[in-house]
Design a protein around this ligand. Structure first.
Ligand SMILES: [Zn+2]
Length: 172
């Protein structure tokens, strides 16, 4: 049984408390565009097994493929990357988080859950304060064409495949 975090965070980044029981991940030093920030790990679960988990573990999860979810069994700093509707990080594959632009030391690192979430398990009211905040973030946000161009190359592969189908006029 592992007792260390099932995730990896670049030594150029660190998790910090940003409020009561709230954490965020910050750049400790500058990062280049597309530089690796984090690699998530854990156990791969079907939707049925995922739905049976306690909330504490469901919170530490990401959808990685159609019907499959990755759950961090031993949480670590890479699990504390927050959502923003104006993110500076995106996905390179299912589990690797990379910088979408050059990052300065001190910036909080955020990705958009629309890059990874294609199911209805994690809807929430967003207070990210971005001018383009969607306010209500859902598992259908990946369908928004305005996000396709902004996040091109940074969606999880299963969502990139769905988006290509939508662009071809197929139903998804
Ligand atoms: Zn927002």
């Amino acid at each position: 049984m592992l007792n260390h975090p099932t995730c990896y965070l670049s030594p150029k980044c660190e998790a910090r408390a940003i409020g009561h029981m709230l954490y965020g991940v910050f750049a400790r030093e500058p990062l280049e565009k597309n530089e690796r920030i984090a690699v998530w790990g854990g156990e791969v679960l079907t939707r049925a097994n995922f739905d049976a988990l306690p909330d504490r573990l469901r919170r530490l999860s990401v959808q990685i493929e159609e019907g499959l979810f990755l759950v961090a069994l031993h949480e670590g700093p890479a699990d504390y990357i927050n959502h923003s509707c104006n993110p500076n990080a995106g996905m390179d594959g299912q589990i690797v988080v990379v910088a979408m632009r050059p990052l300065a030391a001190g910036e909080q690192i955020c990705f958009d859950y629309a890059m990874t979430d294609g199911s209805d398990y994690d809807e929430f009211e967003c207070h990210c304060d971005a001018p383009n905040c969607r306010h209500h973030v859902t598992g259908r946000d990946w369908r928004k064409p305005e996000l396709w161009e902004r996040y091109a190359g940074y969606f999880s592969p299963y969502l990139a495949r769905r988006i290509e189908k939508l662009k071809r006029g197929e139903t998804v």
